[in-house]
Write a protein that binds this ligand. Structure first.
Ligand SMILES: Cc1cc2nc3c(=O)[nH]c(=O)nc-3n(C[C@H](O)[C@H](O)[C@H](O)COP(=O)(O)OP(=O)(O)OC[C@H]3O[C@@H](n4cnc5c(N)ncnc54)[C@H](O)[C@@H]3O)c2cc1C
Length: 381
């Protein structure tokens, strides 16, 4: 059997793979990273980095550069048109980052890649893994062009349609939502706050309006059938039927738009021998609450410590503990996103009841505090 050429082969240079590679490099472990796309081609989706994620990224020197580049949103509100149902404040949380950082995923990935490169790392772009084989000593990955790479451990950070998960035979039970998601970055005028994320509930579905750097806003909405390229008229009708009523938000320009189908799934196990999974390869859910990328980044930071123990101390137990710790967290995140999505899309008949219940709950400080802790991820400290 061929000797391993690298300690860790990371498949996927999205936010999860790049965080893991950087955290390993910061510990002096050089990983090989491959991605089937060209640099910067991962379509930007996440717009939110939560407080706990900024905390965990501190030791690898990424937090300050991200915090400088994004908008610090101190509030999150759930609204029914102009009525605030639930106000959530982040500015009184006990953290150095008492806000939600609004920043596009492309910028987050660029900051991680910059730090990884500073630490001497390199990503092999346009290299897709198509097959795997593992034995007692390591894992052999076969690339699209037939080249083989051998590593002591292999991490699948290759997203929802993970080839690594399939090759390892790991189940991914769960289901899919009937609706699809329409997503766009737009230039808006109107009286929308620039430091607040707003989740509007309506019988037609939810719409999130969130500020982004550069004077843009991110719009995310659940719809029956989303167009491939949402235009100004389409997005305007979404805002007019679901968003603010008293002072309309007017869509002036669409920077880019896309559509997604959303699933809710968690893998049966995070580890199969020398193969480990992290990020969307291990868990996917609705974007309500903006948790996906944050959970993947936190997986990666825990996994880096576990791999370091196995590689430098020969102790494999932390690799088992990694899944034992992270899988229940993924299940909680999937449940939170599911609850928010179902609440957001209840039919017209139940809507007054939902609004009354939420308004009552919002009077309870403990409820608002719990929601802030959960959304910010501080609950997973
Ligand atoms: C509409 C929408 C809005 C969202 N908003 C938020 C938000 O506000 N906050 C949040 O935290 N999350 C959000 N998310 C989720 C977030 O985008 C994902 O959780 C995040 O991208 C997962 O990162 P990842 O690195 O695990 O996977 P990915 O970003 O999917 O990266 C996987 C990488 O693996 C590569 N790859 C795949 N297969 C192979 C292969 N065989 N060989 C080599 N490379 C391969 C791909 O090219 C890709 O670069 C949203 C998602 C959607 C759909």
């Amino acid at each position: 059997m061929r000797a391993p050429t690298t300690d860790v082969l990371i498949v996927g240079a999205g936010p999860t793979g790049l965080t893991l590679a950087t955290a390993l490099a910061a510990r002096g472990i050089q990983a090989t990273v491959v991605d089937r796309q060209a640099v910067g081609d991962n379509t930007s989706r996440a717009a939110v980095v939560h407080a706990r994620t900024l905390e965990v990224l501190e030791p690898i020197g990424v937090t300050d550069r991200l915090a400088r580049l994004g908008i610090h949103a101190a509030r999150f509100t759930i609204r029914d048109r102009d009525r605030v149902l639930v106000p959530v404040r982040f500015d009184n949380l006990p953290t150095r980052y008492p806000y939600t950082l609004m920043i596009s995923q492309a910028v987050t990935e660029a900051a991680l890649l910059e730090r990884f490169t500073e630490l001497g790392g390199q990503v092999l772009w346009r290299r897709a893994v198509t097959d795997l084989a593992q034995d007692d000593q390591g894992v052999t990955a076969t690339l699209e062009d037939g080249e083989q790479l051998r590593a002591r451990y292999l991490v699948g950070a290759d997203g929802m349609h993970s080839t690594i998960r399939e090759c390892a035979g790991i189940g991914f039970p769960g289901g899919s939502y009937g609706e699809s998601f329409s997503l766009a970055d737009v230039r808006l005028t109107g009286a929308l706050p620039n430091d607040e994320v707003i989740l509007y509930f309506s019988p037609a579905g939810l719409v999130v309006i969130a500020p982004l750097p550069g004077g843009f806003h991110r719009i995310v909405a659940t719809v029956d059938s989303a167009p491939e390229h949402p235009d100004v008229d389409y997005l305007q009708s979404l805002l007019d039927t679901r968003g603010p009523q008293r002072e309309r938000a007017i869509v002036k320009e669409v920077l880019w738009g896309s559509r997604f189908r959303v699933h809710h799934r968690v893998v049966d196990t995070y580890r199969a021998g020398r193969i480990l999974l992290a990020g969307d390869a291990a868990h996917v859910h609705s974007p309500a609450g903006g948790q996906g990328m944050n959970t993947g980044i936190q997986d990666a930071m825990v996994l880096a410590g576990a791999l370091a123990s196995a590689l430098t101390g020969g102790d494999e137990e932390p690799l088992n503990a990694y899944g034992v710790i992270r899988r229940p967290i993924a299940e909680q995140v999937v449940r939170l996103a599911d609850r928010l999505t179902r609440l957001a899309t209840v039919g017209r008949r139940l809507r007054p009841l939902r609004n009354t219940l939420l308004k009552l709950l919002a009077y309870v400080p403990a409820f608002r505090r719990r929601l802030a802790w959960r959304l910010s991820g501080l609950v997973y400290r």
